[in-house]
Design a protein around this ligand. Structure first.
Ligand code: ADP
Length: 319
């Protein structure tokens, strides 16, 4: 193996730059050349590759986003798109690839591996923490800290005015962000996709606080209620209680990565290069109980990663 590539794909996540840097540094130490693929699968198909070296990866470790950019690439869902990508990888003499992204990126990576024999490993880069086979994903820790800071601020104004607030956080179909920040910020109710939101229980929580007192309800964007706006409307329609809604949105994706995210990104980057050198392919490099794990890519999405039970219990106990 002489030349490897790294790219970031799908939703960006803080820590991706620290990851790119770690892949580049480790590869150089192991005597490999490294190229960055610019713009995810779109760049791979178009042959948009750039050589990475110490200078290119200097001073990026603390920056949010991804210097290699990212994309959603509909063409990659089709075999013709993947064939174009495989052709470009061969043309550029790439012997191994590190794909940093979420489950969509991993679906694409597995297809490349199966259809074209590309040696490729995935690394979990998503703020949603929704990939099985790793305790945490790169970007999750930063996202929950960003969301918690925002919710603390909302609590101040909710408290001053004695208002009911519905705050929507990201996480797609998983409630990890909502549960962690809900507990961390002392939310009165947390609505997540993993549990049914009971409007009557929610109403009881609100009135038990006193309807002229501060109440903060955290809503995961994938909750079956449809989100914070819909939940607020249902409470207003059913019980005549008005509220304010705040949707945190994409701010949760940005910003400087936390120390935990930088260390995770660095460790997984180094382990990914070594995994390629050992001949692994079609696996995600994860971290479980402080050890590096190699998980078949299909297992990362086939099994639904459960929100820890203790969080669900704490959320009710500490109200
Ligand atoms: P994430 O990787 O963060 O989950 P997406 O779901 O948008 O983000 O996936 C990123 C890209 O991976 C998509 O734009 C597409 O190019 C590719 N991809 C997603 N799903 C598949 C699939 N089933 N087969 C092939 N490629 C896929």
């Amino acid at each position: 193996m002489q030349r490897i590539a790294v790219f970031t794909s799908g939703g960006d996540a803080p820590g991706m730059n620290a990851h790119i840097r770690a892949v580049e540094r480790t590869a150089q130490k192991r005597g490999l050349e490294v190229v960055g693929i610019v713009g995810g699968y779109t760049g791979m198909m178009a042959g948009h590759f750039e050589v990475l070296d110490r200078i290119r990866t200097a001073n990026i470790l603390d920056r949010g986003g991804t210097v290699l950019k990212t994309s959603r690439c509909p063409e990659f869902h089709h075999a013709t798109g993947r064939a174009k990508a495989a052709e470009q990888l061969a043309k550029h003499g790439i012997d191994g690839v590190v794909a940093c992204g979420g489950d969509g990126t991993f679906h694409g990576a597995l297809a490349l591996h199966q259809e074209h024999g590309i040696r490729i490993v995935g690394t979990p880069g998503t703020i949603d923490n929704d990939l099985a086979g790793t305790d945490y994903t790169i970007g999750y820790d930063t996202a929950i800290n960003t969301a918690a800071q925002a919710i603390d601020k909302i609590r101040d104004t909710a408290d001053s005015h004695g208002r009911l607030f519905f705050v929507e956080v990201m996480g797609r179909h998983a409630g990890f962000i909502a549960m962690d920040v809900g507990v961390a910020c002392g939310a009165e109710y947390i609505a997540v996709p993993e549990t049914m939101t009971d409007i009557e229980v929610l109403y009881q929580r609100i009135v038990s606080q006193g309807i002229d007192k501060r109440t903060v309800v955290i809503v995961g964007e994938g909750d079956e209620s449809g989100g914070a706006m819909q939940l607020a409307r249902r409470i207003e329609d059913a019980y005549g209680i008005s509220s304010k809604v705040s949707i945190l949105g994409h701010m949760q994706r940005g910003g400087a990565p936390t120390v935990r995210d930088r260390v995770l990104a660095a460790r997984l980057g180094a382990a990914a290069v070594d995994a390629l050198l050992e001949g692994l392919s079609g696996v995600m490099i994860g971290e479980q109980n402080n050890s590096i794990t190699y998980v078949p890519l299909e297992q990362t999405w086939a099994t639904r990663k459960a929100v820890p039970r203790y969080l669900l219990e704490l959320a009710t106990l500490l109200v």
